[in-house]
Design a binder for this molecule. Sequence first.
Ligand code: HMG
Length: 438
Amino acid sequence: MRNTISGFSKFSKSEKIEWLLNTYFSDKDSARTLVQRYWNTDEKLQKLHDEFIENTITNYYLPLGVAPNFLINDTFYTIPMAIEESSVVAAASKASKFWLNRGGFKAEVLSTEKIGQVHFIYKGDFEKLQSFFAHVKPKLISETASITKNMERRGGGILDIELRDKTSDLPNYYQLHATFETLDAMGANFINSCLEQFASTFKNEAQSFENFTTEEKNISIVMSILSNYVPQCLVRAEVSCKVEDLKSKDIPNPEEFAQKFKQAVQIAEVETYRAVTHNKGIMNGIDAVVLATGNDFRAVEAGVHAYASKDGKYSSLTHCSVENGIFKFWIEIPLALGTVGGLTSLHPLVKFSLEMLQKPTAKDLMKIVAVAGLAQNFAALKSLTTTGIQEGHMKMHLMNILNQFEATETEKVKLIEHFKKNVVTHSAVVEAIERIRK
Ligand code: HMG
């Protein structure tokens, strides 16, 4: 069966839903009821969500949780986290609480440069291209004046444009590699608008550049787009304390813990299979805050993983040292985030999250997000190197298993009590449910 359709985008929302129900669902009424149950009763709010994307039929909920007690550069934060995975918020909360009385987290923005490129094909002499670039560069900048005016007034704008010869990678391939300061905006639209203007000016001016031959004048612009790889938009976050101060209920032997923790990080530094899972744990924290604050987690993911491979091998984003009796654990990652523009002023829960974070600047948010990643990794490694991950993770996951088996509230109370003293595994929960239902 070919379930294709032309003109779907022009249908009304209810026509789209009816087409889906008629095409894919045997129990149309139940499917329609489900779709409609997730609509917001506030029509204005629903319309706002419908208009975020295209062909919207309903809402897809993710829980918004909060992790309190984060002390970052001597300021207290409660961090919003939008995520579906159990134990992530608990782990972040546990890590924040652990570091609260050990000096908290220190975070620092190292750089804030964003990047965009015009990719083009030029068949001709490179020296002539260089002299054309020197000639046209001021015009590339001046012709973007209407786009950059407001950003410049706030202190940002275009930082530089370079001509890059990429012909050793691909025949006749060159770039205009541009750098930008976009302040509190993530800057995607600003950068892309500047780049498209550069491309248009560059192509037009080439046609009247006297030194070019006819073929050289015919520069072909392939595309103009920002890069989500931002290795010069870096933030660093760190925790440290005396090894002996790591001692706690879960860490009876701090010296042994510090060494084992460091080894766990070193393994992720040298072993790609481990590094990917290690960094996945970091991204549990990072993505959840990025999503809650209305930022683009796909862009952050792509850029962070490229950074993890910057030395030619995929490696850990966090590092650890134990020297002179001091345990130090840190992360350094590229993050292009915004606290103005995009969803930040549109999505009511994003506004709520940003207010909870005391209306951060983009730099503040970079620090908070990096700390969330570091805290998450600390909690995961602490569990992995002590109790193992399943004990705490399954304790948090218990409710999902109970819901899967449609446990009643009374059954939940009994089973939660039971699993305070027993290890949670999927099969143990199933057995316990069957036992109390007999
Ligand atoms: P626990 O010691 O059983 O918790 O830890 P507790 O009941 O003693 O409570 C201590 C604190 O933990 C609480 O303090 C909370 O801060 C937090 P309090 O609020 O009582 O003052 N906490 C909670 N916060 C909210 N809701 C809860 C809750 N329970 C505790 N229900 C915990 C339990 C899960 C926190 C711990 O075992 C842990 O941190 N485990 C690590 C879990 C983890 O990393 N999960 C991520 C998913 S697994 C994964 O995808 C990544 C991984 O593969 C990455 C890698 O390999 O590196 C592991």
